[in-house]
Design a protein around this ligand. Structure first.
Ligand code: BEZ
Length: 288
């Protein structure tokens, strides 16, 4: 079934045609890299595990219709559904949705672009965890969220805010420079892969312009423990900084990784665990 724009009901298992491929796959990844859903699940479960608090904030109720925007492999959609709410999990990545459908065959999952949603006033709530920073057309996304919500419906989200992963980014920058990568190549890669990490003021303003009244907004540091001890930051780079690694000749990549680790170790490595310097924007707004 193909859902047309303006569909007023959350459709079951629709596959929306997507004109553009933007991949949510990494701050520093190429735009059309495909997600590796099993790697994401096996080594980066902290991404969805950190979403439980946001579900508490959402406080889903039995019978509510809830959109999980950027649902990835569907673990949080599943947690929301345990409350008795009727959940639609949505993600642009087909591989993520395939994995979500496999893990939770009883739930509804949709492949679609967050900036081109086909819903009109059907959801009691739109929820999103660790996904909005991948969506590079925030104004379109907010427009879609506002139209997907019923009047009085709530938008509850957490994602990277202003200053997110700055230490990792600057370590990559200085390590690339030390290995002789031209500064303009680094800037071009960074620009191509830039994610959306807004300030409270910027994002609250955007929501208000689109009829979403902000009830709370918090920007806070959430150092995030990476899995696999000593390999944590290396795994993170392999998953999320692929484009930067690819910009360096193959034989120099291990040096780049080591140099980034050396630069970050004093600030981000504690008691055998690496921590990513995540800073989150957590926001609640109501559709007027
Ligand atoms: C984040 O969740 O904040 C994030 C993930 C990958 C790359 C950059 C940031």
């Amino acid at each position: 079934m193909l859902a047309a724009a303006g569909t007023s009901d959350p459709p079951g298992n629709v596959f929306l045609s997507v004109q553009r491929v933007y991949s949510p796959a990494g701050i520093f990844m190429t735009g059309n890299k495909r997600w590796d859903a099993s790697l994401y699940d096996s080594k980066h479960s902290f991404v969805w595990k950190s979403g439980s608090e946001v579900i508490d904030l959402l406080s889903p109720q039995t019978g509510e219709r809830i959109l999980d925007l950027g649902c990835g492999t569907g673990h949080l959609s599943h947690q929301i559904a345990l409350s008795g709410a009727e959940v639609t999990g949505l993600d642009l990545s087909q591989t993520m949705i395939d994995q979500a459908r496999k893990s939770y065959p009883g739930l509804r999952f949709v492949v679609a672009d967050g900036g081109r949603l086909p819903f009109a006033e059907v959801f009691d709530a739109v929820f999103s965890n660790a996904a909005l920073h991948w969506m590079k057309e925030p104004e379109q996304v907010v427009t879609c969220i506002a139209s997907a919500l019923k009047r009085g419906g709530r938008f509850v989200a957490e994602f990277g805010g202003k200053g997110n992963v700055e230490a990792i980014h600057s370590a990559l920058q200085s390590a690339s420079k030390a290995l002789g990568a031209p500064a303009q190549d680094f800037s071009a890669t960074a620009e191509r892969n830039r994610l959306y990490f807004p300030s409270i003021g910027e994002y609250a303003g955007l929501l208000e312009q689109h009829g979403l009244a902000v009830r709370s907004a918090v920007l806070f540091d959430r150092p995030t423990a990476l899995e696999e001890g000593e390999n944590g930051v290396r795994n993170w780079m392999e998953m999320f900084a692929g484009d930067f690694l690819a910009a360096i000749p193959q034989e120099k990549r291990p040096d780049l990784i080591r140099s980034v680790e050396d630069r970050l170790r004093p600030a981000l490595f504690r008691d055998g665990t690496w921590f990513a310097d995540y800073r989150r924007l957590r926001i609640v707004a109501i559709r007027e």
